[in-house]
Ligand binder design. Structure first.
Ligand SMILES: [Zn+2]
Length: 234
């Protein structure tokens, strides 16, 4: 067989088909780059972040502390990556003990498998508590699990695995103007008191189905969300 193209990489066929697939899929120039893998040994020391989750007292009498430990892969090289390695949740509330243990074991296992683990955020966020969710700083939380999903999302944004949803600058200007207008109106009338943690403009806002914030207001005859910018009129 005549080779007409430049050789950019090669692999040796082995009897073991699994390792063969991996060898051919690997980028030749990245062959020595360590990727997240389930057999990766846990280093003695990992860098962690702990997030405090304060759920309303009718949901849980105690705060939860979510610790996510990250591993640094290929440290000091251009392929340096920070990836979540394990997660722990601590709470004094023993009612939640068994599902928390199960959830953190499974999440940690998914983290260690590597690949795109960001799907975990959407999976957790879609969990609804049949007894009803709760409000946290003007945002509707369908369940504690959904809020744990939010924490994981925050962390993945912090370490650069996920991008924050940004509203475009023009739309943000419109949103800020509408908030200021509604805040002024609320101050003038002073009949609608915002509840704990809410801003004045939120007093008459309803729930946005897209971002779960209590931020849907009528603007020029159109339901518009002043958090994510979603609008029924496009
Ligand atoms: Zn929204």
């Amino acid at each position: 067989m005549k080779i007409t193209k430049k050789i950019v990489g090669f692999s040796v066929n082995k009897a073991d088909s699994d390792t063969n697939i991996e060898a051919t899929q690997a980028q030749p120039e990245r062959a020595d780059v360590i990727q997240m893998h389930e057999t990766l040994k846990r280093p003695e020391k990992l860098i962690g972040s702990t997030y405090k989750l304060k759920v309303p007292s009718h949901v849980s009498g105690h705060a939860m502390y979510i610790t996510i430990n990250d591993i640094i892969l290929n440290e000091g090289t251009e392929h340096e990556l920070r990836r979540p390695f394990e997660v722990f949740i601590n709470t004094k509330n023993l009612d939640h003990f068994q599902w928390i243990v199960a959830l953190t074991l499974i999440m940690s296992a998914v983290f260690r498998k590597g690949g795109d683990v960001t799907f975990i955020v959407d999976e957790l966020r879609s969990v609804f508590d049949p007894r009803g969710g709760y409000w946290n700083k003007g945002k509707y939380m369908p369940s504690i699990i959904a809020e744990i999903g939010e924490v994981i999302e925050t962390h993945l944004i912090d370490i650069g695995m996920l991008k924050r949803d940004e509203v475009d600058p023009e739309q943000q200007k419109m949103i800020d103007a509408k908030k200021a207008e509604l805040n002024a109106e609320a101050e003038a009338s002073a009949d609608a008191e915002p509840s704990g943690g809410e801003e004045a403009w939120q007093a008459n806002a309803s729930l946005c189905a897209k971002c779960n914030h209590k931020a849907l207001v009528l603007r020029d005859g159109c339901q518009t969300c002043l958090n994510c910018g979603d609008s029924k009129c496009g």
